[in-house]
Design a protein around this ligand. Structure first.
Ligand code: FAD
Length: 474
């Protein structure tokens, strides 16, 4: 059977691309290597029966606030967002903690002398969310619709997080901002590291940092359902290794890494372009542990129980030091660690008497060891007695992650290093980064702008590029 268009990979970007093509009247097929759909948004029973773990992504500020996903009827197709009372928490060793509260006014009031600075920096992006995301969740080379917002937000975003963070006085606000900025996966002294801090901070005040009922899988299941309602089809256990395996004469959008695109497309792409794709650099690695516990995490500060995400690393200086060390290839006792506790807010995630916990940390590039004990100790330091609650663990390093999802090369959760030009030009410098020299082949994974996260915007823009090249609606 022949289709009008095809997508290789059913991650959130692949599915967003497929839905956009189907909306334009194309009959689309999606090929997925795994037995289940969703890539970095799958939820699986990795440990005990009934305990559902998010394999990669867990918390979705950019999912709920994505300009494209927001336009889709995902709620009608089963997606329910759960809003924990606190978006993110960041405890310090001395017992203080920073809290990212969804309501901007409440947040500003809670920060005392830092409130004004928070409103000026993060509040500005929240209050101009549509303009900010319209300018930044897309390729950087474009004609701006809101040049003033672009300039004001862009200049702040370009500031290293270590410098911007000094706008705050209290150690807990500084640490909170540093922890959010550390999602950039770069040393915080580098330019542009404030951008993610501002964007994710602002997203909390726009739509919160929610988790989907049932886990991240609910997002991609709803996307598949929307796609099928538009006549699209997903074929699982179909790893594409050569273009001959793709049943279309129309456009093919790759939800894969640039190296994989070069291999699969082969001679269909000219040698110079393939050589450039092969130069794509991957960044930091990661290590993840999924826990089953007999009770909630016994946080020393009980307020952390209400947080969607908990960042563990201590002060802003400690976060910066941990990220700098990882970049130098050094292991530390306290790597930057992210924790999410979904069963606190969603009873479907674990049976009675059980809780699931999701935790991962950043690790040096090329790291192949086991950081289970490091993560256990890190959580225990902020939650004495934690180890005694653990019933089962499922640990994954770079090799296991990449074997499970070919896009997570070397455990890089960002689909490519954001260092150098790669922070904005993904995978190559150009006005339309989704296009390739072959008019039928497009790249739309998180290795393209705007980069990592479950927002579908890379796939959406890749589909727009394909539609522009091949005539728009049918
Ligand atoms: C540990 C971890 C934690 C994360 N936490 C968050 C979070 O909390 N919130 C957030 O927003 N983001 C998070 N992310 C990032 C997020 O998961 C990714 O940025 C996002 O999933 C990227 O989407 P994608 O569609 O580009 O690729 P992916 O989601 O990686 O999907 C790619 C798909 O393509 C398939 N595929 C690859 N090659 C082929 C082939 N040759 N043939 C057929 N199929 C193929 C893969 O099997 C996979 O299903 C996390 C990532 C990791 C690894």
């Amino acid at each position: 059977m022949s289709f009008d268009a095809a997508v290789v990979g059913s991650g959130p970007n692949g599915l967003a691309a497929a839905i956009r093509l189907a909306q334009a009247g194309r009959r689309v097929v999606v090929y997925e290597a795994n037995s289940t759909v969703g890539g970095g948004a799958r939820t699986m029973a990795l440990t005990e029966p009934g305990c559902m773990h998010d394999v990669c992504s867990a918390v979705h500020p950019l999912g709920i606030a994505s300009p494209y996903l927001r336009t889709l009827p995902l709620a009608d197709h089963g997606l329910q967002w759960i809003q924990p009372p606190i978006a993110a928490a960041h405890p310090l060793d001395d017992g203080r903690a920073g809290f990212l509260l969804p309501d901007l006014d409440e947040m500003v009031a809670s920060l005392g002398p830092d409130g004004d600075g928070w409103r000026q920096l993060i509040g500005y992006a929240a209050q101009n969310w549509d303009a900010v995301t319209a300018e930044f969740l897309r390729p950087i080379v474009h004609v701006p619709r809101s040049p003033l917002t672009l300039t004001r937000f862009g200049l702040t975003a370009a500031t290293p997080a270590t410098i911007l963070g000094r706008r705050f006085e209290s150690p807990e606000t500084r640490a909170l901002f540093a922890g959010i900025a550390a999602h950039t996966l770069l040393p915080l002294s580098r330019p542009f590291t404030s951008g993610i801090g501002l964007l994710l901070g602002a997203a909390a005040h726009v739509e919160g940092w929610p988790i989907p009922r049932g886990g991240s899988q609910a997002i991609v299941d709803a996307m598949v359902s929307v796609l099928e309602s538009l006549g699209g089809e997903v074929i699982t256990e179909a790893r594409i290794t050569h273009l001959d395996e793709v049943a279309t004469d129309g456009p093919i959008i790759f939800d894969t890494g640039p190296h994989a695109l070069a291999e699969i497309a082969g001679d269909a792409l000219d040698r110079r372009y393939r050589d450039r794709l092969r130069k794509w650099r991957y960044g930091l690695s990661s290590f993840k542990v999924d826990y089953v516990m007999s009770e909630p995490v016994p946080w020393a500060d009980a307020r952390l129980t209400d947080a969607s995400t908990v960042h563990l690393s201590g002060t802003a200086d400690a976060v910066a030091a941990a990220e700098a060390a990882a970049w130098k290839g050094e292991l530390t006792d306290r790597p930057f660690t992210l924790v999410s506790q979904p069963s606190m807010f969603d009873a479907t995630r674990a049976p009675d008497g059980r809780h699931v916990l999701w935790a991962y940390c950043h690790a040096p590039k090329g790291f192949t060891g086991d950081l289970t004990e490091t993560l256990d100790a890190h959580i225990e330091a902020f939650a004495p007695g934690f180890r005694d609650t653990v019933i089962a663990r499922h640990s994954r390093g770079a090799a296991e992650m990449e074997a499970d999802n070919a896009n997570i090369v070397g455990g890089d959760i960002g689909a490519g290093s954001p260092s150098g030009t790669q922070i904005v030009f993904r995978p190559l410098i150009g006005r339309d980064p989704y296009r390739t020299p072959n008019p039928r082949i497009f790249l739309g994974s998180a290795s393209t702008p705007p980069g990592a996260g479950v927002h579908g915007m890379c796939g959406f823009w890749a589909a727009e590029s394909a539609l522009a090249a091949g005539g728009r609606d049918r």
